[in-house]
Write a protein that binds this ligand. Structure first.
Ligand code: 8IG
Length: 270
């Protein structure tokens, strides 16, 4: 069946949000977070866990097949009285399930009431001053997937897509946070060194395989977006040695306690 013959992605997102509401008993989730490689521990630091829901119990979600990516949604009561929805189940564009599947979690978060979308990822760094383990704020993106989550004549403005206000909140918490332009490649292969040089010449600082498409859907839904990358590796050719997924996971594990604590502090300040 082609994408156009399926029910509206917004109908499916509403169904998912209703399921989350009835399982958690939480009427409205104010903030949603997608936790990528290296950021998972933040889920344990945000507040009181109301419920852990296997993604497979929520309409439209399927569990991820990527090692290091879990498949759970968690509802958390934040200390300030707000509720957070933590999405530990991300569908990547390279899974070839279609761009609707990629942004379903974001649309679900919006349907669940979230006005703030925190998108995190593990990514490659182009700036050689960024050591593996460095968290970086997204200031903008370049979408090299040749795709969009928007369908039809949906002309959404992407100026200040990554909220300057939220970046300011993050920098108040940690003034040493640097910013960069995220370049989303299709993956799942990492870039060639020539592609990394292209991304650099385009004005990119970070290379990854998620987030940009999700941010576009979040903007369409009217959410305010905070984007954060954990630089787990220097991008291909920036470092002298080749990339391995194991190294990426190891770097993420090592940085995880520090960046997760940082993310929790930022979320508590939102
Ligand atoms: I973690 O170097 C991680 N994800 N495209 N390139 C791309 N995605 C990544 C990289 C990287 N590291």
């Amino acid at each position: 069946m082609s994408q156009a013959e399926n029910p509206s992605p917004f109908t499916l997102a509403n169904e998912a949000a209703q399921a989350i509401g009835s399982i958690t008993g939480v009427e409205k989730h104010d903030i949603a977070l997608t936790l990528g490689s290296g950021w998972g521990k933040a889920a344990d630091l945000l507040g009181e866990v109301i419920a852990d829901i296997p993604a497979s119990e929520i309409p439209g979600f399927e569990s991820s097949g990527v090692p290091g990516h879990s498949g759970t949604l968690r509802s958390i009561a934040l200390p300030g009285g707000k509720h957070a929805l933590v999405i530990g189940a991300r569908t990547h564009f390279y899974e070839n399930k279609g761009v609707r599947a990629v942004v379903h979690s974001v649309r679900t978060a919006a349907a669940a009431g979230a006005k703030t979308m925190v998108l995190t990822n593990g990514a490659g760094g182009i700036k050689d001053s960024w050591k593996p383990g460095t968290p970086v704020l997204l200031s903008d993106h370049i979408n090299l997937t040749a795709s969009s989550p928007l369908e039809g004549a949906t002309f959404v403005d992407l100026t200040d897509l990554y909220s300057p206000r939220l970046r300011g909140v993050a920098k108040d918490i940690d003034p040493s946070l640097d910013e960069g332009v995220y370049v989303q490649f299709r993956g799942p292969h990492y870039e060639t060194p020539a592609e990394v040089q292209m991304a650099k010449s385009f004005g990119g600082h970070i290379v990854g395989m998620s987030t940009a498409l999700e941010a576009i859907a979040a903007r369409e839904a009217g959410m305010e977006i905070l984007g954060l990358s954990l630089i787990t590796n220097l991008a291909a050719g920036i470092s002298a040695h080749p990339l391995s997924h194991q190294e990426v996971i190891d770097a993420g594990k090592e940085a995880e306690p520090v960046i997760s604590a940082l993310l929790a502090r930022i979320v508590h300040a939102l």
